[in-house]
Structures are given as C-alpha cells and as structure tokens.
Design a protein around this ligand. Structure first.
Ligand code: TMP
Length: 237
C-alpha cells in the first residue's frame, strides 16, 4: 500500500489516501505534541513510533474482543493502514478515576475512584475548544443521531471493560481516555488512536503519571513514560 494525496493533517497525525484502494487510508503518527487545544506545543521524541505500536496492539485486542475498529494492519513504524471513516464529530471520554477536567469542572478530588464509569460527549471542534455536550446538543447540532449516540456509549463502555482489565494486568490504572468513531459502509467503527496521548495511565503501585500529563504539566520524563507504557503493552505476553 502506498500513500497518495494527503487528506488531512491534525495535531498528532497525517492521513493519506492510498493509491490502491479508495476505501483505505494511511494514518501517519507524528512526534508533534500539543496540549490545551494547541496553546502548548512541542515534540516528544519517537512518540509517533510508540503511539502507532501501542494503538495497533490495542485495536487488535479490541477486534479480538468483538469491537470493530478502523485498523487493517500496521504498515511500518509510523504508518497504520485503516478503513476510511466518515468521522463522527463527537469525542467520547470514559472516566474510571477522577482527574483532569472532571476535577476542574465538578470539584472531584483527584484520584477518587468512580463507583460507575462516567461517559461524556464533547463536540469535536477546535475553534470552540471541544465543548462538553449532552445528547440533545449533539442531535440539535446534527453531528449524530440519538441511536448513534447510544451505540457510542455502549461501545465506549465495552472498550473500557476490555482495556481496564488489560492494563490492570500490566500494572497500570486506566484513569480515563478519549475515543473517536466514524461511519463506514453503514457500520460504526472505532477510529483515531488509543495511546498515552489520549489516555491517562497511572502506575498501579505508585500512582506515577505515565501519559501526556507529563508533557501538559512539564513533569519531565515524558519519553521514558511513553516507552514504559509501550514496554508494558507490547512485551508482556
Ligand atoms: P480531560 O480530563 O482533559 O477532559 O481529558 C480526559 C481524557 O481525554 C484524557 O485521557 C485525555 C483525553 N483527551 C484527548 O485525548 N484529547 C483532548 O483534546 C482532551 C481534552 C482530552
């Protein structure tokens, strides 16, 4: 499979059409890092390679657990071959432990274990700073139907069950994470990536932060944290 025209360049990835098949695209993972909707910018050495490896492994795990994703195959260090998606402009966040904007917005104490996971919808719109929204907003905006939102919530809960168990076995707490979905031939598939850019991971024993919060809040040791997550995800079996 070879790249043809670039379809899109985002903050962490580029997406290319393929020469061979209009149903397939190539997602190229970059080392660029942004936080707080582009207000903070930098690079994390080899992040693209690490996030591609982690994402391919996790999407394969999800597929094995009956959750359909856009992954076709890992093509190279930075390239993932994917099914073309009509991206749904909803970011789905699942939270198991209070952190980040949940603490800021609602006053939860950081680290509080939530009795039941919280599922949130955000509008995927950088110009508006990805605002939190409910089902009525999403339907009124025309970004998804009620039926689709119900599927996204169910799918997110199922993904959380699979991933929480997987990470616990690798001595990581899955604190929270963000998912994106898209439409493909009448089906809804999981898209984008799952990586330390899009999840919060805390070490099971020490609660050390092992994700993009190290970059967001200048905690140091960003590359080491990403490669340690990669090691636990890939070298465990
Ligand atoms: P938050 O606590 O800042 O709302 O983030 C919740 C989770 O979603 C966290 O794991 C980081 C992830 N996330 C993204 O992947 N992209 C984003 O733009 C934001 C705001 C959060």
């Amino acid at each position: 499979m070879n790249k043809s025209r670039q379809l899109y360049e985002g903050k962490a990835k580029k997406v290319f059409l393929t020469e061979e098949d209009k149903e397939l695209v190539i997602q190229e993972f970059k080392d660029d890092a942004t936080a707080f909707n582009n207000k903070k910018k930098g690079t994390i050495a080899e992040k693209g390679v690490v996030n591609n490896a982690i994402s391919c492994k996790l999407f394969t795990l999800l597929e094995a657990n009956g959750i359909r994703t856009h992954l076709v195959e890992k093509l190279s260090d930075r390239d993932m071959l994917c099914r073309y998606l009509d991206i749904i402009k909803v970011e789905v966040v699942v939270r198991n432990i209070a952190a980040g904007s949940l603490v800021k917005r609602y006053g939860f104490k950081e680290g509080t274990v939530l009795e039941k996971p919280i599922v949130e919808f955000y509008l995927k719109d950088d110009d508006l700073d990805d605002p939190l929204m409910n089902e009525s907003h999403a339907v009124a905006l025309g970004v998804a139907t009620l039926e689709e939102l119900a599927i996204l919530k169910n799918r997110a809960e199922a993904i959380n069950a699979v991933l929480s168990k997987f990470f616990a076995e690798r001595k990581l707490k899955l604190v929270d994470f963000k998912l994106e979905f898209g439409r493909h031939n009448g089906e809804i598939l999981l898209g984008d990536e799952i990586s330390p850019d899009t999840c919060r991971f805390w070490d099971l024993e020490t609660n050390e932060k092992m994700d993009k919060d190290r970059f967001r809040f200048d905690l140091g040791g960003v590359e080491d944290a990403y490669s340690e997550v990669q090691r636990r995800v890939l070298d465990f079996d």
